[in-house]
Design a protein around this ligand. Structure first.
Ligand code: BDP
Length: 685
């Protein structure tokens, strides 16, 4: 199994009795209506059932028949007060037929995938009654793909978009990509990198993007673009990109109209401006709202949105990077046009293995906020380490901002219920590339899957999603499912332990963001170093973000400040995010900070051995190619856990001046040896 089919494998169900029971309920497929999305639903059911049941299920009219599956759009159906929404589905049993209904074709498509999931996970179909509605409206993948085919922070080959071939050749892979996304409810894709090229706005490229959009449309997916702020200058022949300049405004309006001519259901724009060297409205003395509102105006009456990113930090700032996005955006709350959503990363720094939730959540009640998470494992060991991310996503979603009292979780801020927003969104930076199995690490597929499932319903548990994915993708044998799901659910914590325990952050290799480099003291800017974040000295370790330090903690609600403000009671997972703690300070575990640090680095590394053992157990129930692939990566992961552990304990030891506590043995190599290893990963030429 080369992994190409993802979780849509549709392999024959081996249990003959079960197959027979399913066949009895799937004697035919009837579709009322012939819209393109409905057709996709019917086609998927045919393909899926044929594979799972081993025989083709005919398309037929339902007239006078029973024992089949009926797909129909029922825009006016009574759905208990509109709860089904425009994309929800209902699966019910009606006169011995299974009925899949939705208010739109997209709803029916999601219902068809949900029905297939029932078979894929071997659930009974008798008297089936399911209804589900997405909690968030815009469920997006963000591709950081460049026009030259490279992918920023992509570890699974090159871009899946073949811009040089388009629009004449349309890679069949685009359709499989659309199927996979639709199966988990993703309804929007930003096709290009936030560090954007203006190319996509040219007439030449619009034709290409339109060809991609044509493949996405029958799967209920809309295409969006990241735009380069400076485009009016670089490709428009204007002398400025000032958002208040009438010529600039006209230029964007004209380009937007061109886009909608080519792509009538175009979704809108994603913008990274005045961040990490990207141009933006501040270049002209304007602010983010001026920029975003200009694009909203360009969208005019078209059904599109602007997602304006809050990932900003000033050049040459000597404050705490933690606070910068908040300081720039909080004052703009209420100043954005209705079509604008502000897109905020889960944490205040940058997709670290664990971050406190971003303080902007709960702080901008007048602005719909899109939660941006990173599916690609930039800071999580690329496609080498097995890190199941649902627990990371959930940790942020479940965090309580207390903005409107207890229970104002990030999830509820984002889904619009806390501040009663009409629109809501969530975005995942894709981990997909041209590798045959899409994600490089075969288990990386689960992160794509989990993102989609949580975007649809943030109340699902990490465990349930892991089990579901495993059943659909790897094996349905119950014991193996439990073993694999358990391994997955624990993997992120294990990664945190051997890389950045106790709230350490941003101590990875410079610019590549791979491997450890806690000694990094000089870089392009101070907040790209490691020492800026860990602040290790002879006394202790950690960034004081309380009132005696940067006071970033004050950006949160009082209840949150209370939870993290006291080093004695702060959860150890967040300790060094907020406190500078003495090396010999005893912690709640009974160990000193130094001993606890070592304990976590060592036991975290040992846990990778545990992961290997767990994986070895499932061998008889896993496809050999897949088994070997994961096995090899786990071996590498162990080696690199040791690398992280050795680098970090040896470096911090130079400051802590403490022995490695028993029963652990000191690393067998020197700090210089580990440093030179890291340098190899930094070599460019
Ligand atoms: C950082 C990446 C950088 C991205 C940036 C962003 O290192 O490549 O451009 O995020 O989100 O994590 O804009």
């Amino acid at each position: 199994d080369d992994g190409y089919r993802l979780w849509l494998k549709y392999d024959l169900i081996q249990d003959a009795a079960q197959r027979k029971a399913y066949l009895n309920a799937a004697k035919f497929i009837a579709v009322s209506g012939n819209g393109p999305v409905l057709q996709s639903a019917a086609r998927e059911l045919q393909q899926g059932l044929k594979g799972l049941l081993g025989q083709a299920v005919p398309m037929a009219s339902a007239q006078g028949k029973s024992g089949g599956i009926i797909l129909s759009v029922e825009p006016t159906a009574n759905d208990s007060g509109g709860a089904l929404g425009k994309e929800g589905y209902r699966i019910s049993t009606d006169k011995n037929n299974i009925k899949i209904t939705g208010k739109t074709e997209a709803g029916v498509l999601y219902g068809a995938f949900a029905l297939l999931r029932q078979l894929q996970t071997r659930q009974p179909l008798e008297k089936i009654a399911l209804a589900s509605t997405p909690k968030i409206e815009y469920r997006m993948l963000n591709h950081w793909d460049n026009p030259d085919g490279t992918v920023e922070r992509g570890y699974a080959g090159s871009s899946i978009w073949k811009w040089y071939e388009l629009p004449e050749r349309v890679d069949p892979r685009y359709r499989d990509y659309a199927r996979a996304n639709a199966s988990i409810g993703i309804n929007g894709v930003v096709i290009n990198n936030v560090n954007a090229s203006a190319r996509y706005l040219t007439a030449e490229y619009l034709q290409k993007v339109a060809a991609v959009a044509n493949v996405m449309r029958p799967y209920g997916i809309r295409v969006y673009m990241s735009v380069l702020w400076a485009a009016p200058k670089t490709i428009g022949g204007l002398t400025t990109s000032d958002p208040l300049d009438p010529k600039v405004r006209q230029w964007w309006t004209d380009r937007t109209n061109d886009i909608y001519k080519a792509i009538p259901d175009f979704g809108g724009f994603l913008v990274k401006a005045n961040s990490e060297g990207e141009p933006g409205p501040q270049d002209y003395g304007r602010n983010h709202a001026d920029g975003a509102n200009m694009l909203a105006e360009a969208l005019g009456s078209h059904d599109g949105i602007v997602m304006w990113r809050a990932f900003v930090y000033k050049a040459n700032s000597n404050g705490d990077r933690f606070k910068e996005a908040y300081e720039e955006f909080k004052p703009l709350d209420g100043k954005f046009a209705p079509k604008v959503l502000v897109q905020v990363k889960n944490g205040p720094i940058d997709f670290q293995s664990r971050e406190p939730f971003h303080p902007l959540f709960g702080a901008m009640p007048k602005t719909p906020l899109v939660l941006e998470v990173q599916i690609t494992q930039e800071y999580l060991g690329f496609a080498t380490h097995l890190v199941y991310e649902a627990p990371l996503f959930k940790e942020c979603l479940d965090s309580d901002t207390y903005s409107k009292g207890k229970g104002s979780t990030v999830a509820k801020v984002v889904d619009g219920t806390v501040d009663q927003h009409r629109i809501s969104g969530i975005a995942g930076v894709a981990n997909i590339g041209s590798d045959r199995n899409w994600t490089g690490h075969p288990m990386g597929q689960a992160n794509w899957y989990a993102f989609g499932r949580l975007a649809w319903d943030h109340e699902l548990s990490s465990q349930a999603i892991a089990e579901e994915w495993t059943r659909m993708t790897i094996t349905t044998e119950p014991k193996s499912v439990r073993t694999i799901a358990d391994l997955m659910v624990k993997s992120r914590d294990i990664y945190v332990r051997y890389t950045t325990p106790l709230g350490l952050h941003h101590i990875m290799g410079e610019s590549v963001h791979y491997g450890p480099q806690p000694w990094l003291a000089k870089a392009g800017r101070p907040d790209w170093t490691a020492v800026y974040y860990h602040k290790a000295d002879a006394q202790g370790l950690g960034f004081d973000r309380t009132a005696t330090g940067s006071n970033a903690l004050s950006l949160y609600a009082p209840e949150v400040q209370k939870q993290w403000g006291n080093p004695q009671t702060c959860a150890l997972d967040y300790l060094l995010w907020f406190h500078h703690v003495g090396w010999k300070q005893p912690l709640s575990t009974g160990r000193t900070l130094w001993d606890e640090l070592c304990y976590r680095y060592y036991t975290g590394t040992d846990s990778v051995t545990w992961m290997q053992k767990q994986w070895a157990q499932v061998k008889p129930n896993v496809d050999p190619e897949l088994f070997a692939n994961v096995e090899g990566r786990l071996q590498k992961q162990y080696k690199e856990a040791v690398w992280w552990r050795d680098a970090c304990v040896l470096y911090f030891q130079t400051l802590a001046q403490q022995p490695i506590p028993k029963p652990f043995s000191p690393p067998t190599r020197s700090l210089d040896e580990v440093k030179s290893l890291v340098e190899i990963y930094q070599l460019r030429k």
